[in-house]
Design a binder for this molecule. Sequence first.
Ligand SMILES: [Zn+2]
Ligand SMILES: [Zn+2]
Length: 143
Amino acid sequence: MECQMCGGDAKELHVIPIRNGDSYVTKACTDCAEYIGALCHGKTKLVFEDESMACSVCVDELAGRIQDICRALLSELPTDETSANFTEWLCDVSNVLREPPVESFARAIATKALRYNVSVECVITKVWRERSAACILPSAAPL
Ligand SMILES: [Zn+2]
Ligand SMILES: [Zn+2]
């Protein structure tokens, strides 16, 4: 099978959700997938619209570790219309995933940190200072 990145013959191809011409995925050999940082924990990372990536296993691990602080942080966030977008999004996500909002919140913070290679403390501090979680919405600008 031909790797769409190096053109080499590969025993195994990873389907990476990165644009390749008209296609929304690129089939890459293990070397190429590793080279662009698309593999972790032996599987393909989640890829976002801006092609930033995060491993779902790492996200879950990190989210588990910050759950207590996230619970405290969540209770400090305003619930008025300034954060309506965030509140609505959190509600939707936790409904779809059938989990408490604090878990979705912790995962969103962990995802943001891993996507942009910053520490979770940095993301948490930003949310805390701004009293807004707008920066962790999936559509928000990179941190
Ligand atoms: Zn390759
Ligand atoms: Zn990982």
